[in-house]
Design a protein around this ligand. Sequence first.
Ligand SMILES: CC(=O)N[C@@H](CCC[C@H](N)C(=O)O)C(=O)O
Length: 383
Amino acid sequence: MTVLSESELIQIRRHLHQIPELALHEFQTHDYLIEEIKKFRQDYLEIQVPQALPTAIMVLVHGSNPQRTIGYRADIDALPVEEKTGLQYSSQNLGIMHACGHDIHMTVALGLLSYFSEYQPIDNLMFFFQPAEESESGGKKAYELGIFSEKWRPDEFYGLHDNPALPAGSIGCRMGTLFAGTTEVNIDLIGKSGHAAFPQNANDTVVAMSSLIMQIQTIISRSIDPIKSGVITLGKVEAGTIRNVIAGHTRIEGTIRGLSQKMILEIDQRLRDICAGIARSYNMEVNLDLNQGGYWPVENNPKLTEIFISYMKKNPNVEFIETEPAMTGEDFGYLLAKFPGTMFWLGVNDDSQLHSATFTPDESSIFRGIEAIKDFLNYRMKA
Ligand SMILES: CC(=O)N[C@@H](CCC[C@H](N)C(=O)O)C(=O)O
């Protein structure tokens, strides 16, 4: 086996695209990744599957003269989105899609691994194929299980996310905060159901919900410093069963984003206050569940990120773009709070946004991404 070619990489990406799986259920993906990794030259490789996180894969590439272990993370889960790209290699798993480009992330990681399994690195390289980025905080779970210990402990950690707003194959990054921290929000309103004709005998959670949503949407505009900003999106609402029965239960699911932990906590507190107010004024139970999990702001390490950015800027084969912070969330933020490192963007040039049913990243970004990262890792290992 040699290093994966561009067409082999595209084949791999298309296969992964067809088998998207949700957080912590990435079994088919896991088996396929193992199958591909086993095709590489095994002389320097050691593979480990943590028992308690069975869809994760860790691969250590033993270096020739290791001074450190460099970690590289790729997330492997997909989203509950019904694909509408019309591509021949569309998702075969109904209602699930790689709409956030984790198929690209995995393919780039496999490309790097195939290269370093042939050309032994100087330092150790630890590849972490991580389940559950979109929900369930796979990164935090992995850390708490202690899987990054002893030889699996990265001295520095890198990871990328694809970005449709950047040219294909370009690398984007910034000093400081790259991504927001997020909190998952679940709200259950519990009133009393009843006949549509007799509201006086019921307690309508749909009416309370409408008021609650409007009040929540004043948090960003009225309660926080506009220069610092944040986002609250309530993406899912479920209420009632039929038009002529008053809904006794309504559930709202959403997400809060802020560029600092302080901002996240401020928004969380306002949300608690508003829910308490709604409970009182509508005389019903409002149960609020806030869960940040591992979605801490992604804070790039100053020293390593300066090295990363200055290398990418001077590499003539790389189009480097200094980016603004983004309100996307990432549980790599949790891992970067434990290990120094850098998260960066890989441009995939697409009109569709991340998480959209028509998301179609440009596949030429895969090969260019691998080249840029491979060159950086080789450079870093000589430093
Ligand atoms: C890059 C990206 O799109 N990440 C997700 C992370 C999910 C965070 C968490 N489940 C939440 O919704 O708060 C994102 O939606 O930004």
